[in-house]
Write a protein that binds this ligand. Sequence first.
Ligand code: SF4
Length: 237
Amino acid sequence: MLADAASAGLAQAELQFQEQLLAWHAVHVRPFPWRVPEPYSVLVAECLLHRTRADQAARVYSSFLRLYPTPAALARADSAAVRTVLAPLGLTWRIDLLVTMARALVAIHHGCVPDSRPELLALPGVGSYIADAVLCFGFCQPMALVDTNTIRVAGRYLYGAAWQGDMRKNPRVAAAVRRLIDAERPVASNYALLDFGAMVCAARRPNCGACPVSARCVYAERTAAGQVDATRKGVSY
Ligand code: SF4
């Protein structure tokens, strides 16, 4: 009986989070140029954003797409020329990967970005996060983007987690991220969660005072009660 009530309370908190976050995001959306429903643009953006801040990626993204607007154009490119365009971002290893990936798209997928997870994961340089981002933002499939930022938000909101170590290996937290995404509106919901994690529930200092979901946040509740120790490890979920 108690377990039923707890799980109903959790489901209600998740639903409330989805609705309040979308309402917050309607006012606070970050208008990045790659936020278009076009799979190749999304794929390029996600490769550029890998270990790179969004503002840095934004500086080269548009000129890159002007020069290489399709997988075929990128597949034909000279790697040295691509390197020149992307040099400001560093991480030169990914430049060759981008060209190799474009050549695979041309050779295997007729120059199109595939819409299945196994086919995306088989491309050079594409891991789970990039594959899910392409499926969601490029093809509007109901995927949840699980990374350190979304896990941090879910861990704090649902479980009061203070520790910001690598929680990706914990299947309960990854599942929690999925439950915070509205499957009917996956694109808006994922963008909202990403922006919220960057702007409000930030890694070093969450701005709980300006948070639209603080009323049901376990982390905020525990902080108010003096129960959060940000140095503690081994949080159980
Ligand atoms: Fe994050 Fe604080 Fe909002 Fe909780 S109240 S979700 S910890 S910003």
